[in-house]
Design a protein around this ligand. Structure first.
Ligand code: FAD
Length: 229
């Protein structure tokens, strides 16, 4: 764990706003998170969870503790004929996880290429792009209750996903730290190319086929070309 007092958040937010936090704590394991939340000297301080800092606008110094989420790891937990179930540390960079899946030929999240931010922030607003949402490949997530320090599992129904919505933005706001997210990815990708800009880009790029794996890469590349400013 890295603990810094009166530390600038400039490197940790997309706008590059140079505000200071009373405390900046970089968390690399769930045990470290628990340790910080049990720390008597920080108990009364307010807590702000920060992933990639791409959906947050700092307008003033942050009082209390910023918990910088760097919980890593991508682990296939189980698989069957059709699917793999993969658990991803909430501090993994979302786009890097998408690239991992595409490289391995696992389908479901390729349209969500290049969405900035961390895996753990994805369920907060049910990230989505080009006709696909995180909830479509979501299996379950684990989150630490910031008061009881218990790890709780949330199914898709528990998360109450909606359009850029979840329970974590509403009734459970500021109550949980999402520590990992599990996805159910298909071994036989059915590409969703229905979104207008994607199908146009694909048609313009190449009129013939590369086989299934190549199609998925080409498709993910098209989402990337369109998403990239
Ligand atoms: C250029 C650009 C393009 C974008 N395109 C899209 C898009 O196509 N589709 C889309 O859906 N969104 C898009 N977004 C929004 C953004 O990518 C998502 O909201 C993303 O999930 C934010 O992740 P983050 O890690 O940066 O979150 P942060 O900005 O770090 O945090 C956002 C909020 O989530 C909370 N939070 C973060 N991590 C956790 C956690 N582990 N547990 C509990 N709470 C947490 C924070 O406290 C904060 O309230 C875009 C943003 C930018 C800047």
């Amino acid at each position: 764990m890295i603990k810094k007092e009166n530390s600038s958040l400039q490197p940790y937010n997309t706008f590059g706003i140079d505000v200071k936090a009373d405390w900046l704590l970089t968390i690399e394991t769930v045990d470290e998170l628990r340790e910080i939340l049990q720390d008597e000297s920080l108990k009364e301080e307010s807590k702000l969870i920060l992933g990639g800092g791409s959906n947050i606008l700092f307008t003033q110094p942050v009082k209390g503790v910023v918990l910088l989420n760097r919980l890593k790891g991508i682990e296939i937990k189980k698989e069957d004929e059709e699917h793999i179930y993969v658990q991803v540390g909430a501090g993994e960079v979302w786009h890097q996880f998408v690239m991992w899946a595409v490289e391995k030929g696992f389908g479901g999240i390729e349209n969500l290429s290049l969405i900035p931010g961390s895996v753990g922030a994805g369920p907060m607003q049910n990230i989505g792009a080009y006709g696909v949402e995180l909830k479509d490949s979501f299996h379950e997530l684990e989150a630490m209750n910031l008061s009881t320090l218990e790890i709780q599992k949330f199914t898709s129904a528990d998360c109450k996903f909606g359009y850029r919505e979840s329970v974590f933005k509403n009734e459970l706001k500021n109550q949980f730290f999402i520590t990992s997210v599990s996805f159910r990815l298909t071994k036989h990708p059915q590409l969703n190319t229905s979104y207008g800009a994607i199908s146009q880009e694909l048609a313009a790029r190449c009129p013939f086929s590369y086989g299934k794996r190549g199609e998925q890469r080409r498709h993910q590349h098209s989402s990337k070309q369109i998403t990239r400013p």
